[in-house]
Design a protein around this ligand. Structure first.
Ligand code: GSH
Length: 202
């Protein structure tokens, strides 16, 4: 098994997940800046042209960071990061989707459209980026209110939802295109997540 990746939020999701599970595998760096991920050879691995991609021992490829995490979870069920079947797993799914769709996707759209980072391969619309930045900013309140009630994003236990949100949060802080409002409960939660050894996984 090999992980095709580049320094990026979605690859970091898989790195943290792997560290939590105690799984490691060789890495192959994909030069996304130079567009290696949109060349024919890479598109054969992932027709969506994105990182990360997990290459399996039978020569097949698995893309989409959460799908990769699902596969790793099947390989190594403990610790349970997708929750116990039933309401726990469903609640984790709910918060993971909120972290991804309401926050991470808006942060990514803001970054891509405002900075024009990938303008060699897509049309960037600054106004759209600003709309996305404001949407990401507005959703911070939803996460802060949840974290006022629960220790981790989806309840009492660390989960994939925490991984998605911390990766997106750190990226938003680093690229500075989203105005992040004061969020004391997110700050409390961030210190908790940052104290886990997996937070430093690369
Ligand atoms: N939904 C995908 C998103 C993957 C994605 O957007 N990856 C970014 C890096 S975080 C990428 O490959 N960007 C290169 C490009 O857009 O050309 C996943 O979860 O893996």
């Amino acid at each position: 098994m090999r992980l095709h990746e580049a320094p990026s939020p979605n690859a970091r999701r898989v790195h943290i997940f792997m560290a939590e599970k105690g799984i490691d595998c060789p890495r192959v760096t994909v030069d996304i800046r130079a567009g290696e991920n949109i060349q024919a050879e890479y598109l054969g691995k992932n027709p969506a042209g994105r990182v990360p991609v997990l290459e399996l021992d039978d020569g097949s490829f698995l893309a989409e960071s959460v799908a990769i995490c699902r596969y790793l979870d099947w390989m190594q069920p403990e610790p349970r990061l997708f929750g116990a079947p039933g309401i726990e797993a469903a609640t984790i799914e709910m918060w993971n989707r909120r972290a991804e769709l309401n926050f991470m996707a808006n942060v990514a759209a803001a970054f891509r459209n405002i900075t024009g980072f990938f303008q060699d391969r897509e049309t960037c619309v600054k106004e759209w980026g600003e709309v996305a930045a404001n949407a990401a900013s507005r959703f911070v309140g939803m996460f802060d209110a949840q974290l006022a009630k629960t220790e981790y994003l989806a309840g009492d236990h660390f989960s994939i939802a925490d991984i998605t949100f911390v990766v997106a949060w750190d990226f938003a802080r680093r690229v500075k295109v989203v105005p992040l409002p004061d969020a004391p409960n997110v700050a409390r939660w961030h210190s908790l997540i940052a104290s886990r050894p997996s937070y430093k996984a690369e």
